[in-house]
Ligand binder design. Structure first.
Ligand code: SF4
Ligand code: SF4
Length: 123
């Protein structure tokens, strides 16, 4: 996640920098640093921001679960299914998609960022 996307997501949520800091459990000056580009936004913060955007005001209720959208056939073995989180598969490590199995959080976020399951929910 880059500087612009972080600021855009905060605005989409209708939050001030102070409110965003509270939601993320970080200092206000850290939010400033992210938006000014002085600090890299770590994967665990990126994941939290996506979680907030995807679930804002019940938005997730209209999301199609990943196993339906991708017709993956792996759902019975996948933690996304176990936790009934088909719209949050990008949030859960250890999912069974070919591209993300066994990945670190950083690598997983890199791949999920370009997947339609996440992208469609961020629009
Ligand atoms: S995360 Fe991937 S493997 Fe798991 S249920 Fe969703 S589409 Fe299937
Ligand atoms: S690549 Fe990521 S977002 Fe896409 S289906 Fe797999 S876990 Fe979900």
């Amino acid at each position: 996640m880059d500087t612009e996307e972080f600021a855009r997501s905060r605005k989409k949520l209708g939050k001030t920098q102070k409110e965003m800091a509270e939601l993320l459990g970080i200092a206000l000056k850290t939010v400033h640093s992210y938006e000014q580009g002085w600090r890299t936004i770590p994967s665990h913060i990126e994941r939290q921001v996506y979680f907030l955007v995807c679930n804002h005001r019940g938005k997730h209720k209209s999301a199609v679960p990943c196993w339906e959208k991708k017709h993956c056939g792996m759902e019975q073995q996948c933690p996304a299914w176990e936790f009934q989180s088909g719209h949050l598969c990008w949030f859960i490590c250890g999912t069974c998609c070919d591209c993300t199995q066994g990945c670190s959080l950083e690598d997983k976020m890199e791949k999920c960022r370009s997947c339609d399951i996440l992208k469609d929910q961020l629009e």
